[in-house]
Write a protein that binds this ligand. Structure first.
Ligand code: VG1
Ligand code: CO
Length: 543
């Protein structure tokens, strides 16, 4: 076993985006591509010498090979120990939990999350810090800087490590502990929720369909929902993780989880439907004939948090990403707690959670979580809903109707234009930016613009400032449009248009969102010239 120092040179474009570095798999598989980025992670975080890390991924194509490379590089860089999920598998929230529970110096997660996987699809690598959360911008910038000046990396020459067998082995001087990916996470869930009440719910005949989308949550959901809580066998479908997610797109939304949606709106619908994404941090919640938008789900969980043992004592505060609907703000106001507005991406919640300013957080992109880990957590959100349903003994539809009657309804939708020509997308954003000062007072589609700006965030904990986080147009009466370019795509640019309208009129609470938002939708096109500039007549994905 020899330690090799390999000469290399900087590779362009290794800039971590909203959540780690994501590229097409063939790009990641190019000689030295992964090696360079991993060395940059070590160099950018003060070196690996003497440190302990968690390592795992969502099982997508190249996960197993990348794990062997990362282990050999950690050993060659002097790491003391790596704790790795069996077969190099760990869901993102489970990795976050292990980093915290075992007090490691951080962790490396191999995933491109909700992006498809496979030899021609996407792969990703993300570094999480010792709090269990995605590296904050200061750290990702230091890593990126390293990628631009790298001249060598260190790697051990050795045979593959057996990752199928649980237990401890050595790789050179470094200890490797292969752990059951599910056990610690399952224990954490049991410490948060009323498992007794959920067990009784299933025992009473309550039915569930959980679609793991051939991704990482399959084994977690089987163990927790079926084996521990008593959901009928077969309630968890597509439960075996596959390297290309069964050829699907592991993003739990009405488009990509269409099979589940069809079932939930049919006469065969079970009481409750849910799905999770590639790496297990996203969730979709759907009742019988009732799809719950992620923004609404976050608001409902906040409003019902006292029904869950871990949050019984009340929430310290809540937080949402800026484009997420403001349904949460109304709940926070009624609870008399703070509601923070952060830029898109979970890394911005870390400081608020660490400082005890927020207990629950969420994003419109199907991400919800709490201070139990430092990532969003798909299965946690599903268990939260089950706990609420078990206590309230109402259907999802009834809970939603009740929520809107109490707080009003924030009609909400996101329109995505994918793989748009980058120049056209930047042109659109630049034009909007230039026109911002002239917008207030202007009337569009019968609505008056009250304010317009580009969102910047001043972190109240560490004082750091993040600029350029999305353009917002605010209408009198509570309507809002947000324009943003995605930071997770791997092809051209993805334009995200976030649309929102507040309704408090009781008779108008049960409309179809696209219908309720039609004025806002055409205002968005007028303001940003979406059709003209992108050449698209309709969004690729509507959530
Ligand atoms: C998207 C979502 C964002 C989420 C991020 C990572 O980012 O909009 O809310 O935090 O994905 O989610 P962007 O920059 O493409 O809009 V995951 O489940 O892919 O880690
Ligand atoms: Co994800």
């Amino acid at each position: 076993m020899t330690r090799q120092v390999v000469a290399t040179s900087p590779i362009e474009g290794q800039k971590p985006g909203t959540s780690g570095l994501r590229k097409k798999t063939p790009v990641f598989m190019q000689p030295k591509y992964l090696e360079n980025f991993v060395q940059a992670i070590f160099n950018g975080t003060g070196g690996a010498a003497g440190k302990t890390y968690v390592l795992g991924g969502d099982g997508r194509y190249f996960n197993d090979r990348a794990a062997q490379v990362i282990l050999r590089m950690a050993a060659a860089n002097g790491a003391r120990k790596v704790i790795i999920g069996q077969n190099a598998l760990l869901s993102t929230p489970a990795a976050s939990n292990l980093i915290r529970k075992r007090a490691t110096d951080g962790g490396i997660i191999m995933s491109a999350s909700h992006n498809p996987g496979g030899p021609k699809e996407d792969f990703g690598v993300k570094f999480n810090t010792a709090n269990g959360g995605p590296a904050p911008e200061g750290v990702t910038e230091a890593i990126f800087a390293e990628t631009k000046s790298l001249s060598e990396y260190a790697i051990l020459e050795s045979a593959d490590v057996d990752l199928a067998t649980l237990g401890t082995t050595m790789l050179g001087e470094m200890e490797i502990e292969v752990v059951d990916p599910v056990a610690d996470y399952a224990e954490l869930m049991e410490s948060i929720f009323d498992f007794g009440a959920i067990r009784a719910l299933f025992a009473s005949g309550f039915t569930l369909r959980f679609d793991a989308m051939h991704a990482i949550t399959g084994p977690y959901a089987k163990a927790i929902l079926e084996e521990t809580l008593g959901a009928a066998e077969g309630s968890v479908v597509n439960a075996v993780p596959s390297p290309d997610f069964g050829g699907g797109h592991p993003d739990p939304n009405p488009i990509w989880a269409k099979e589940l949606m069809d079932l939930m709106f049919s006469s065969e619908a079970p009481d409750f439907g849910a799905a999770s994404d590639g790496d297990g941090d996203r969730n979709m919640i759907v009742g019988r004939n009732a799809y719950v938008t992620p923004s609404d789900s976050l608001a409902v969980l906040a409003a019902n948090a006292s029904l869950v043992p871990a949050y019984e004592g009340g929430l310290k505060g809540v937080a949402r990403s800026m484009p997420t609907s403001r349904a949460l703000d109304r709940v926070a106001e009624s609870l008399g707690i703070a509601c923070y507005e952060t830029p898109t991406g979970w890394k911005f919640f870390g400081n608020l959670l660490d400082a005890g300013r927020a207990t629950l957080c969420g994003e419109e992109s199907a991400g919800t979580g709490s201070d139990h880990v430092r990532e969003k957590d798909g299965l946690w959100a599903v268990l939260f809903w089950l706990n609420v349903l078990a206590v309230r003994k109402q259907s999802v539809e009834e809970i939603m109707a009740d929520h809107w009657a109490r707080f009003g309804r924030n009609y909400y939708s996101r329109h995505d234009y994918e793989a748009v020509d980058s120049e056209a997308a930047n042109g659109l954003m630049n034009a909007l930016r230039t026109r911002l000062p002239n917008q207030p007072g202007r009337e569009v589609e019968g609505m008056v613009i009250e304010a317009a700006d580009e969102f910047a965030y001043d972190d109240p904990v560490d004082g750091s400032r993040s600029e350029g986080q999305g353009i917002r147009i605010l209408f009198a009466g509570g309507g809002r449009i947000v324009f943003r370019l995605s930071g997770t795509g791997t092809e051209g640019a993805t334009l995200r248009v976030y649309l929102e309208k507040v309704e408090t009129e009781v008779a108008a609470l049960q409309d179809n969102p696209q219908n309720a938002l039609s004025g806002i939708i055409s205002a968005a096109d007028k303001l940003a010239e979406i059709r003209a500039r992108t050449g698209r007549n309709a969004p690729d994905v509507i959530t």
